[in-house]
Design a protein. Sequence first.
Length: 101
Amino acid sequence: MIPEQGFYTVRGRDILLRVRAKPGARADRIAGVRGDSLVVEVRAAPERGRANEAVTRVLAEALGIRASAIELKTGASAPRKLFILPPEARPVLERLERETT
């Protein structure tokens, strides 16, 4: 089980990122941190993996990493998702954390 300390957890070289996806939004964007999750809004509908792909693209752009470096670990068909990120994402996550606390 992942400790619920914040919206991400560093585990070895990987970063576990908790996301709350909001499909069908007006724009693709990171909407902030709510509780223990990073809220990501996407225009895509939650069908045939389109919303998951859009969330991955938004994360990649915001974190300055390749979309192919992001792995969806759990939550493919649920709003709450767990992603595995490479260590290069940590500086941006730390900045987001500072901005929201």
